[in-house]
Write a new protein. Structure first.
Length: 298
């Protein structure tokens, strides 16, 4: 649906939906340089681990399309330097670093027309992310549908706005709804930026999926009161080799509540979120945001 298209790419133009303004205003920001892509990611105009990687890749593609290089050596050096710069935008989501590594390998292997090879590779990442999300939605709905519960709880925003399309955890919710397996989805505020109350609510309203917003602090009470909520399903910014997972703040307490109440706890993420270089979650760098996001943000 158009209202859920967070990333618009039509070579050589990239535009992203400014998610800081949702749900009150729908405004697209044009990205033509890596500085603009970096700002969009760091300021959370775009967010969600898969979307961060795609916006970084396509932001550099837009920049490259507007440049004339003296030769392949210059193009290769420029792209490598800009990929390194883009990786400084957000530290926790591994998808960005995984994408940068793959794209660097593409430009290193290209024997000619390095710039064109890079742009084509970035475009393939966009297509692959949508395909991955649809597969996650299909398999996840089959798994959760077998639990014989018709309600789920989700956290933060893991839908079309957080990815190239469809979504991860919210993609599962979409597929469950379309398959007639879901009566209602509960979703948290997800403070301090309210990605649930603003963004997940926006997505669910766009598709008329029955949904109820719950306070972050009300999850345990919900699970105790409603046995039909059979599962908590969330996304992931990074998954360590042992399965430890980093996600939006608040996810840990949901996992504890789900375990206490005997409910399934499902992490939905593409393979690009897995970091086999880290033995466990202790090695995951956790981003520290500005204090005013909690002291001043609504």
């Amino acid at each position: 649906m158009d209202c859920l298209q967070a990333i618009k790419w039509e070579r050589p133009r990239l535009a992203i939906l400014n998610q800081l303004l949702l749900p009150h205003r729908r405004e697209y920001v044009e990205i033509t340089t890596c500085e603009q892509a970096h700002h969009a990611i760091a300021s959370m105009q775009t967010r969600g681990a898969p979307a961060i990687a795609i916006v970084a890749a396509l932001g550099l593609a837009a920049e490259v399309c507007g440049m004339a290089f003296a030769g392949d050596a210059e193009a290769r050096a420029h792209i490598r330097q800009r990929l390194a710069y883009l990786q400084t935008s957000r530290p926790t989501a591994v998808n960005l670093f995984e994408a940068a590594g793959r794209l660097a390998a593409v430009v290193d292997a290209a024997e000619s027309d390095v710039a064109a090879a890079y742009v084509a590779a970035a475009e393939r990442m966009l297509e692959a992310d949508v395909a991955d999300n649809r597969a996650i939605g299909r398999w996840g709905s089959e798994y959760l549908g077998a639990l014989a519960g018709d309600k789920v709880l989700t956290h933060c925003n893991t839908g079309a706005l957080a990815t190239a399309g469809h979504g991860t955890a919210l993609g599962i919710v979409r597929d469950m709804w379309r398959a007639g397996q879901l009566a209602r989805v509960f979703f948290t505020e997800t403070r301090p930026y309210n990605q649930g109350a603003r963004l997940t609510a926006f997505e669910l309203a766009c598709e008329a999926i029955p949904a109820t917003l719950v306070c972050d602090s009300a999850v345990s009470a919900l699970l105790r009161a409603d046995p039909a909520v059979k599962a908590v399903v969330v996304g992931a910014d990074r998954v360590a080799a042992n399965g430890d997972t980093a996600n939006k703040i608040g996810t840990y307490q949901l996992a504890i509540a789900a375990r206490f109440h005997g409910r399934a706890f499902v992490v939905a993420a593409p393979s690009t979120s897995i970091d086999l270089a880290l033995r466990d979650g202790a090695g995951i760098t956790i981003e520290q945001r500005a204090p005013d996001e909690i002291t001043a943000a609504s």
